[in-house]
Ligand binder design. Structure first.
Ligand SMILES: *Cc1c(COP(=O)(O)O)cnc(C)c1O
Length: 417
């Protein structure tokens, strides 16, 4: 049986898959068993920041695998402590504490649990625990029952009701609706500084500041989902600082770029005090309140440490900014009738398609159609929403690879005119 046949027979078909079956990779390149070569501008969906076959990452993983792969969180894992220190001191540069899980959805579940505990610690005026988390339309927070309820996209929730209660989805970038939406039961606001799956849509600076103001006025937690936009890709280790540096979040979630392809997720909780007794926020998730068997195990933490060291020590966020300028200049020089705009920051870019000017077969999603054609031409560039193609190369991508990818992209667009 071929790989495709085994997929058809044995693997639950929950993904709209492309006819691409990579078996190896180096840097930005992937290749399949037949030797077809692909420029990987998907990077495992903004995950493989260092590209494929990174020496630093594979060395760290093989060394740690030989030393100690797993150990329970009942005991002290030194690499976990080191990784937490790096995240707090070097990446976030805000005092607080970190919890480790294995994925993005789990990290957001952790933030939702934080909001619920906070709502118990800080009940409403009648003494009732607050529990509601406000999120935004078009957001994506994951596929667990908690994180899918937080997600602002009906297609993610379809058929899974009754959903976990306690969420409302507001209009993104609408400070007036937000200010009017707060109820006695509201405990937190959760948002992506750049909506990733929703089509690379930036939170506006004024909106983020309004969110912070509303949180202050109503004693709410400000929670940021930086799972796709965090840890370097947008030109800084934190995405929100690229938009509104004065923002002080209460919680932040990460995954994707954290492990560079090794499964790991994490969330951070601020140490800011929540009452007159100087109780730090992180203390609401105390002993016994949360856990994960695999979370923060030695192997995953060694991988993440190697990734963060490479990103920080080689100033890869800066490289992402330089390439953004270059990519924007090149695309705008095309004046292409099939493109509306380029959105995003650094190497988290979304190219908006003007589908009315493109020949798309009836009933086919424009972004998916172009993305499939590009894959067949050797460029992996994933869709986001119906009318956006993402460019998410590794931060180590070379100038010539960017040039080649943009040529393939333009040819793919031209072919639809
Ligand atoms: C990918 C993603 C998630 C979910 O992460 P998983 O590791 O797939 O569970 C959550 N939020 C955002 C913004 C994401 O991009």
């Amino acid at each position: 049986m071929t790989t495709a046949e085994k997929f058809a027979k044995y693997v639950l078909p929950t993904y709209a898959q492309f006819a691409v079956a990579p078996v190896g990779g180096q840097g930005t390149l992937l290749w399949d068993a037949e030797g077809n070569r692909y420029l990987d501008f998907c990077s495992g969906l903004a995950t493989c920041t260092l590209g494929h076959g990174s020496n630093a990452l594979s060395k760290a993983v093989t060394k740690q695998a030989a030393e100690l792969i797993h150990c329970s969180n009942l005991y002290q894992i030194n690499k976990q402590a080191e990784l937490a220190e790096c995240l707090v001191e070097e990446c976030l540069q805000l005092p607080g504490k970190v919890f480790f899980g294995n994925s993005g959805a789990e990290s957001n579940d952790g933030l939702i649990k934080l909001a619920r505990r906070f709502g118990h610690a800080r009940p409403d005026q009648n003494g009732n625990a607050r529990y509601e988390v406000l999120t935004f339309k078009n957001s994506f927070h994951g596929r667990t029952l908690g994180s899918l309820a937080a997600t602002g996209q009906a297609k993610v929730q379809e058929g899974f009701d009754p959903l976990l209660p306690g969420f409302r989805h507001l209009e993104f970038n609408d400070p007036d609706e937000l200010a009017a939406a707060i109820r006695p039961e509201t405990a937190a606001i959760l948002l992506e500084p750049i909506q990733g799956e929703g089509g690379i849509r930036l939170a506006e600076r004024d909106f983020l500041l309004a969110v912070q103001r509303v949180c202050k006025e109503n004693d709410l937690l400000l929670l940021l989902d930086e799972i796709q936009c965090g840890l370097g890709r947008v030109g800084g280790m934190t995405c929100w600082r690229r938009i509104a540096p004065e923002l002080k979040p209460d919680g932040v979630s990460w995954a994707k770029a954290l492990g560079g392809g090794f499964p790991i997720g994490s969330f951070w909780i601020s140490e800011r005090t929540i009452d007159d007794d100087a109780t730090p926020l992180f203390s609401v998730l105390g002993p016994g309140s949360h856990g994960s068997t695999y979370g923060g195990n030695p192997l995953a933490c060694a991988a993440a440490l190697a990734v963060l060291r490479e990103v920080l020590d080689n100033d890869l966020p800066h490289r992402a900014l330089d390439l953004e300028v270059h990519i924007r200049q090149e695309i705008s020089s095309w004046n292409h009738p099939g493109i509306t705009e380029v959105r995003g920051m650094g190497l988290l870019l979304g190219i908006g398609l003007r589908a009315t000017n493109l020949n798309i077969p009836d009933g086919v999603v424009p972004s998916l159609h172009l993305s499939r054609n590009l894959a067949a031409a050797g460029l992996l560039a994933p869709p986001a929403g119906g009318d956006t193609i993402r460019l998410l190369p590794p931060l180590t991508v070379s100038d010539s690879e960017v040039k080649e990818a943009l040529e393939v992209f333009k040819a793919g667009l031209d072919a639809l005119l």
